[in-house]
Design a protein around this ligand. Structure first.
Ligand code: FES
Length: 111
């Protein structure tokens, strides 16, 4: 089953957007748009206890917009892979979220 989240064009190129929480829990997911591609992760920093990463709604990127950043201790993650490149979560990665862009330009949560 797939749950509609939004249209791809509802997210500006290079921006991030949060969705959820899902399944009655407190865990959100977020998407970073890069052109026609998206990269989706659970909003849970691997550094410490699945901490939510944004300091305000949709604030998942650094000032340059080229890395995902955790507001708690500043760990930076590669947008394309979720791998930590700098800071407190080195050696760890964000967990991918099952969000896909469909052929007709919709973002859906799978499963
Ligand atoms: S909780 Fe994210 S860097 Fe520490």
């Amino acid at each position: 089953m797939a749950r509609f989240l939004c249209k791809l064009d509802d997210i500006a190129d290079g921006e991030a957007r949060a969705f959820g929480p899902f399944d009655g829990g407190r865990t959100k997911a977020f998407v970073v748009r890069k052109g026609e591609h998206i990269h989706a992760y659970w909003d849970a920093c691997p550094h410490y206890g699945d901490t939510p990463m944004a300091w305000r709604t949709d604030a998942y990127l650094n000032a340059a917009g080229d890395r995902i950043v955790c507001a708690s201790h500043g760990a930076e993650f590669e947008i394309e892979t979720g791998r930590c490149l700098l800071g407190a979560a080195l050696g760890k990665s964000l967990r991918p979220a099952p969000i896909e862009a469909t052929a007709n330009g919709e973002l859906v949560l799978k499963g």
